[in-house]
Design a protein around this ligand. Sequence first.
Ligand code: ZN
Length: 410
Amino acid sequence: MTGRPERARLAPAPPSRFRLPRRSSGVLDQGERELALGHARALIEAPTAPYCEDGPYALVEEFARSHPGFELERDEHANLLVTWKGTRKRAKSEPLLALSAHLDHPAFHYAGKRGGRHQARLAGGVPARFLPGARLRFFEAGGESEALATARIARVLRTADESVRVELEHFAGRARRGMFGVFDLPSGTIRGGRLHARVCDDLMGAAAILSTLQMCARAGIERPLLGIFTRAEETGFVGCLGLLKSGALPAGTQVVGLECSPRRSTARVGRGPVIRVGDKQSIFDPELTLELEEAARTLTERVPGFRFQRALMDGGSCESTAYNHFGTRAAAVCLALGNYHNCGPDGRIAPEFVGWDDYEGLVALLFELARGSGKASPRAKIEARLQRIWEREYNLLSTSSRRLRRGEKR
Ligand SMILES: [Zn+2]
């Protein structure tokens, strides 16, 4: 007998459906919508896990290589930096604008057999009570894109450390050390104005960056724009911490961190992208946040279909906290996310979801920010507004203060 060993027959992956909603909010034209869909689809179809971001990683590299005008850099921790070089040179005093998103999502690392049973270790935050019964599909990191195995989580094992280990049942296919398992959910289905996907967080952020970079190139935007694609965010911003410690970012870089963040009563799915003023751990750079608001207002005036929200997204932490902590000024924008980390409403693992128009709005907002409206800086605007109030009210304050201070002496 010759030839390759026969492939294990696995149950097919659940089907996906990628079709743009017919009704458009009008924030992107048809070509831009298709471009934004193309990046979203390619990225979310690629299986990913903390430390096993090979699939989306290769797509980002391929994007930078195949489009003229971009520069690709990998830092020592294999975070990816993709720069739209811009059509004019950046003055040294001018900060470099950067958009940042992570390429991983909570998933499992295969952990071998114990007592005759396959086991896997959870990487990322998913509450243990959601796990029993969840189906997994295993892939090889850096290997073929075809799945190696499927299994179901039988039970969650207690461990001495903080890690979560699961025991698997109905294991089919080949087991290989180093393979990773993702929830066996459709990679993406667009339905009723929403995208339901195995991974929204944060491949939709990464897709928004690629779309924005490509739109900058198409429009020949003058100002350079840096796209940062980090790894292992789900295990504690690890890739981002590596990037910041390595000092790979040019001094004065200003980062807008992108996320999919658990929806709140003040930030709903379908109400537009969210200018995120802070997360669970910290609040973000006020000036850069103002710039985002300014871009959002400009867009609202020009495109009636554009809407945005502004909220404290304290359902999770994001890399902007890390950037600010290390002295790189950072603000944030996110998509309000349903079924955060695949936690469905009935206690089961389910696709995450975001509003499709929110995603298109996010791309439009980032592009508006990148191209810069050329108006006065938001800081100058605030200063002018405060000065106007001061001048208008000064006499009243002055006469009343004289009276009150006299009274003080009585
Ligand atoms: Zn995330």
